[in-house]
Design a binder for this molecule. Structure first.
Ligand code: IMP
Ligand code: MG
Length: 194
């Protein structure tokens, strides 16, 4: 048995392995389903950019697994970039510019940019990130998301490509976490709130 005490203020850690596994309520999307969807999405990206080089940009940390798979599935020349972003909202109104805690290295005015996101929930993060990146005048800008929870949207935001539309469940796995755990599951599961 292993015990994690409160690690950061307010962040609950699991107490033991049994509790850890009990939080995985059910598998929503299998590893095979994800792999199949990535094949289809990467073919669409290849067709869309037709040999033109692209810059895949992922927002850490959640999208790191999806990024790793999508960048290996596309066949157009591609570079990768990462950023960390946090949006501050009062209700549905952005409280100002998105806070970038780690920015891209690239000057995106030279690139066809494809944002690779794990999930669109309220839409706030991507709405702000897209608005920010547009001010940097990329040649083009597209958004691909693994998961979309449209029923949770508070700002009007739509991805150009969403691989799976899911109901309003909190999900974990394949990069997505709860309290930083479960990112290493190879599938997407519903998290048990009990
Ligand atoms: P937003 O609400 O669309 O701005 O989403 C912000 C971020 O919250 C996402 O990029 C995810 O990292 C995280 N998030 C939203 N829904 C879930 C979920 O169901 N599981 C894990 N993380 C989530
Ligand atoms: Mg994310």
């Amino acid at each position: 048995m292993w015990i994690f005490e409160i690690h950061k203020k307010g962040v609950k850690r699991v107490k033991n392995l049994n509790e850890f596994h009990k939080k995985i309520k059910r598998v929503l999307i299998t590893e095979e389903q994800i792999a199949e969807a990535i094949k289809i999405a990467s073919k669409r990206i290849d067709a869309l950019y037709d040999g033109r080089p692209i810059l895949l940009v992922s927002i850490l940390k959640g999208a790191f697994v999806f990024m790793a798979d999508i960048c290996r599935a596309v066949t157009v020349p591609c570079e990768i970039g990462f950023m960390c972003a946090k949006s501050y909202y009062a209700g549905t109104v952005s409280a100002g510019a998105v806070k970038i805690t780690m920015d891209l290295e690239q000057d995106i005015s030279k690139y066809h940019v494809v944002i690779v996101e794990d999930i669109i929930d309220t839409g706030r993060t991507l709405n702000d990130v897209v608005n920010l990146l547009k001010t940097r005048n990329p040649i083009s800008l597209e958004v691909i998301t693994l998961l979309d929870k449209p029923s949770r949207r508070v700002v009007d935001f739509k991805a150009d490509m969403a691989l799976f539309t899911i109901p309003d469940h909190f999900v974990i796995g394949y990069g997505l976490d709860c309290g930083e755990y479960y990112r290493n599951l190879s599938y997407i599961a519903e998290y048990s709130e009990e």
